[in-house]
Ligand binder design. Sequence first.
Ligand SMILES: NC(=O)c1ccc[n+]([C@@H]2O[C@H](COP(=O)([O-])OP(=O)(O)OC[C@H]3O[C@@H](n4cnc5c(N)ncnc54)[C@H](O)[C@@H]3O)[C@@H](O)[C@H]2O)c1
Length: 265
Amino acid sequence: MFDGSGAKVLSAGDGLGAGIESTLLDFTAKRVLVTGAAGDIGGAIAAAFAAHGATVLLADRDHSRLLARHAEIPGSAWHLFDQTDTASVQQLAAWAGDVDVLMNNAGILRTGDVLDATPDEVQQVIQTNLIGPMQLAIAIANGMAARRQGVIVNTASQLAFTGAATRALYATAKAGVVQFTRSMASELGARGVRVVALAPGRTRTRLNAHLLDDEDEYRRSIGRIPAGRIGNTQEMARLALILASPLSDYIVGESLIADGGYVLE
Ligand SMILES: NC(=O)c1ccc[n+]([C@@H]2O[C@H](COP(=O)([O-])OP(=O)(O)OC[C@H]3O[C@@H](n4cnc5c(N)ncnc54)[C@H](O)[C@@H]3O)[C@@H](O)[C@H]2O)c1
């Protein structure tokens, strides 16, 4: 079956799974920069790309964990950077050079009564979770646009869509990430750069282990998740891989929410 463009349109007769080839998840000869790679979701993402052939560039501010991650992933390279420092973000982009995929993933969580948030905390959460990722995406996208090739996957959050008590600064920064993703995608799509976001739901990592280890908090968390459990880092890594791959070529500017249904409540 063919449509007006002349491109082949698959029909049932083409066989189950036709057009879905494992080679589409082959990242051999691709350079993938993962920020927050010393962390749990970033580490799982980095390992997933490496397992699919990519040369993985690991970036984080946590020196010892970054070295440990580097040791786990043969062939990886690492770079220490601070996402709250503009010069450091630019240095990371220069060090990384030509990048095929940017996993713009480093972030911090701030919990607590909004009335207790200090001006410094406001600054730090927005700088880390929004300004730094924007600066990095722009720096990397310049090279991608010049080569007319590249994918940027920003890490947002389910809370970007719902907001949440005690997480006002974080949810606001992540909502910014969602709009930045849409706007940048719209501007760069025709220049060969695809921009999307992954919006994880609650996933057990160092970011929130202290909260999930509290039984009341844990029950509250899963009580509102239709899937009845929190997510895991492997699930996020799988989706990151798929979003960055040609399997998702027609997904542009979207933030994929992977939250077990939390936002539906
Ligand atoms: N865990 C969850 O439930 C959850 C849910 C939604 C979104 N997210 C997002 O996923 C991403 C990864 O988080 P995670 O859960 O793996 O947490 P994590 O703490 O394990 O990883 C975050 C990493 O980011 C790094 N980082 C923080 N600030 C930095 C800075 N200024 N400069 C450089 N690196 C910095 C940390 O050192 C850490 O290695 C974050 O953007 C987070 O907001 C997590």
